[in-house]
Ligand binder design. Structure first.
Ligand SMILES: [Zn+2]
Length: 91
C-alpha cells in the first residue's frame, strides 16, 4: 500500500500510522484496567475501500489480544451501556 508522503506520514490527517501501512488507524485511547491485568485500546480504523469503523481491543498477559470491530452507532451503544453499568456499579 502506498498511502505515504515523502515525509513518511500518512496522507490522511487523522491517521497516526507512518510508513507503509494498512489499514489506517488513529489511536484514541489506551488504558490499563482491572488490577493492571488488561490493556484496553480504542482506535478509529479504515481499511482500503471500507467505511471508517471503531476498533476495541482487549489484551491480557495470558491470552492473545481480542479485537471487536464496531460500526460507529454500535460503538456509541457500547459506550452508553458502559456508562450506565458504571453508574449502577458505584451506587
Ligand atoms: Zn494512514
Amino acid at each position: 500500500m502506498t498511502a505515504t508522503t515523502s515525509h513518511d506520514q500518512c496522507v490522511l490527517k487523522w491517521c497516526n500510522e507512518a510508513g507503509d501501512h494498512a489499514p489506517h488507524r488513529q489511536y484514541v485511547a489506551s488504558l490499563v484496567a482491572w488490577h493492571q491485568t488488561w490493556l484496553i485500546g480504542i482506535n478509529v480504523v479504515q481499511a482500503d475501500g471500507e467505511p471508517v469503523h471503531v476498533e476495541l481491543t482487549a489484551t491480557a498477559r495470558w491470552s492473545p489480544p481480542a479485537t471487536v470491530t464496531l460500526k460507529p452507532d454500535e460503538a456509541e451503544a457500547v459506550g452508553q451501556a458502559l456508562l450506565e453499568a458504571a453508574a449502577r456499579a458505584v451506587r
